[in-house]
Ligand binder design. Structure first.
Ligand code: UFG
Length: 340
């Protein structure tokens, strides 16, 4: 019997979705939570609980990864660490394939060596590419249209091969549009640069930006602007805990979409943000952003059936309200403003 402390390893645990998941894990998991994060894009200040052991470094650093697997009995890995900008992935594909596809092999190799066979992977709706049917089920063709989506899809394939070879079991959580923040505003979304719709609208409202540019109003959608499925980060975090339970009970490898199943257009989001904040948004209408499909909405029936997961934040107003609280709270949307 191993005398080592049992732990769940969270790579990228200081990132946006990772930090919200770490917080829920600390509250609900019986095992120690260990984070491996380079802090290149994550924030040390987003890890609130002192019981969390933070290793600062790269997931490709085999010595560091071995140190973690030697110090703890890692029962499962939740893998967030990745680059996530679609535009950047088009300009610098090798950076994405190295970090999102090649670097995690170091983690998988350590798992194989140490007999750890449970893996939860942050996958994405971007693995599907242009939609051919809506809402999208997990059976939708996976034909990514950018290196970001391709880099994630390749890791899905690698994991399936590891399942065949040495019995790794995984849940691929294919996120739709992650949004919102912890409702107490203790942690939140802090990207640099920020490219996501909700924070950008709120920055335009707070005066941090001059305006928001709507990327295209000639899509084949009811109001001509893009429709997305915005899913609260706490709901995403909760899905990881459910996925851990599922694997712990012997569940086999599966992909699950995570969304609310409700589409919200960019124009609708502007109206919602105005009503939540009570302030008008300065808006400019611009060209389409290359690579943006008109509509992406999830069918998450499988997550409900297999993981017992369902979104609790089903009204996007509540999602925007939590993001606004983070932006207007002590942090003003930036970890640099908080002393911990
Ligand atoms: N949008 C604007 N103006 C902006 C920013 C965004 O109109 O300044 C629009 C986009 O065109 C899109 C919607 O708002 O229609 C949402 O855009 P986001 O950038 O917030 O999110 P995406 O849907 O582009 O991207 C998300 C994730 C990616 C993931 C992708 C899957 O952030 O990581 O979904 O398609 F790859």
């Amino acid at each position: 019997m191993s005398l080592k402390e049992k732990a769940v390893l969270v790579t990228g645990g200081a990132g946006y979705i990772g930090s919200h998941t770490v917080r829920q894990l600390v509250e609900h998991s019986a095992s120690r939570v260990v984070v491996l994060d380079s802090l290149e894009r994550g924030h040390g200040a987003s890890i609130l609980d002192p019981s969390v052991k933070l290793f600062t470094g790269d997931i490709a650093d085999s010595d560091l990864v071995e140190e973690i697997f030697t110090a703890f009995e890692i029962e499962a890995v939740i893998h967030f660490a990745a680059y996530t900008y679609v535009g950047e992935s088009v300009a610098e594909p090798l950076k994405y394939y190295r970090n999102n596809t090649a670097a995690p092999l170091t983690i998988l190799e350590a798992m194989q060596r140490h007999g750890c066979k449970q893996f939860i992977f942050s996958s994405t709706a971007a693995t599907y590419g242009n939609p051919v049917s809506m809402p999208m089920t997990e059976e939708h063709p996976q034909q990514p249209i950018n290196p970001y989506g391709a880099s994630k899809l390749m890791l899905e394939q690698i994991i399936r091969d590891c399942e065949t070879a040495w019995g790794l079991r995984a849940v691929f959580l294919r996120y739709f549009n992650a949004s919102g923040c912890a409702p107490d505003a203790a942690i939140g979304e802090d990207h640099d640069p920020e490219t996501h719709l909700i924070p950008l609208i709120l920055m335009a409202i707070s005066g941090e930006r001059e305006h928001i540019t709507v990327f295209g109003e000639d899509y084949e959608t009811p109001d001509g602007t893009c429709v997305r499925d915005y899913i609260h980060v706490l709901d995403l975090a909760n899905a990881h805990l459910k996925a851990l339970d599922y694997l712990g009970k012997g569940g086999s490898t599966v992909a699950c979409n995570l969304g609310t199943g409700k589409g919200v257009s960019v124009r609708e989001m502007l109206t919602i943000a105005e009503s939540v904040t009570g302030t008008k948004v300065p808006v400019i209408y611009g060209e389409r952003r290359p690579g943006d499909p008109g509509e992406l909405v999830a069918d998450s029936a499988r997550a409900k059936e297999l993981l017992g997961w369902e979104a609790e934040y089903t009204d996007v107003r509540d999602i925007v309200a939590t993001a606004w609280k983070w932006m207007t709270g002590p942090a003003k949307g930036r970890y640099a403003n908080v002393k911990r």
